[in-house]
Design a protein around this ligand. Structure first.
Ligand code: 5GP
Length: 179
């Protein structure tokens, strides 16, 4: 599998260390509160898991899937499927995102979740493409790593539904996707 990787950007131990730090920060910031983590399927599953194991609070997990209608054009319509157990009404909610690129998907998710009247709504993202201009209305409260504008895979992130199970974040070789 290593043959498809141009470069390892973040190792598994670096991810684990950062998730521990983020979990401690979240625990401190939400001390005494009950927190709902909203995991964006499928990419955020490993991050949500690792993060939640490092949060020492009463935590609820909810899931949603946001998909763009027209694949590569992120300006397309976003469809949201909810797999929620409870309403977010009056709750402290943290959206868990794998990567912020243009931020367009996340903007739609924030707009929709706000309609559920949570007490608070914030974003935590494992990765942020620092050179991509985003017009995100709600800036992430927590970011794991700022990365360059390259196509990355692993730790939840896929290429054609593969490589989500890699335990590190790597740059996909251009010849694999013809970029
Ligand atoms: P945005 O709406 O921020 O442009 O796109 C966010 C979504 O696009 C992410 O949740 C992720 O699914 C996908 N995405 C953006 N950049 C990358 C990348 O470098 N690698 C992979 N695998 N997916 C990406």
């Amino acid at each position: 599998m290593k043959g498809i990787i141009e470069e390892v950007l973040i190792t598994h131990s670096e991810i684990k260390k950062r998730c521990k730090e983020l979990g401690e920060e979240v625990t401190k910031d939400y001390a005494g509160k009950r927190l709902v983590l909203v995991c964006l399927l499928k990419g955020s599953v490993p991050f949500t898991t690792e993060l939640s194991l490092n949060i020492n609070l009463d935590v609820e997990l909810e899931f949603l899937r946001a998909s763009s209608y027209n694949g590569t054009n992120s300006k397309g319509e976003v469809k949201i499927d909810y797999f929620f157990t409870d309403s977010l009404e009056g709750k402290d909610v943290l959206i868990v995102e794998d990567i912020i690129d243009t931020g367009l998907t996340l903007d739609v998710v924030v707009r929709e979740l706000k309609k559920m009247n949570p007490k608070s709504l914030e974003i935590i993202a494992l990765l942020n493409k620092k050179d991509v201009k985003t017009d995100l209305k709600l800036k992430p409260k927590y970011v794991g790593f700022d990365i360059p504008n390259k196509f990355v895979i692993g730790f939840g992130l896929d290429y054609n539904e593969l490589y989500r199970n890699l335990n590190f974040i790597g740059v996909l070789k251009k010849e694999v996707y013809g970029g």
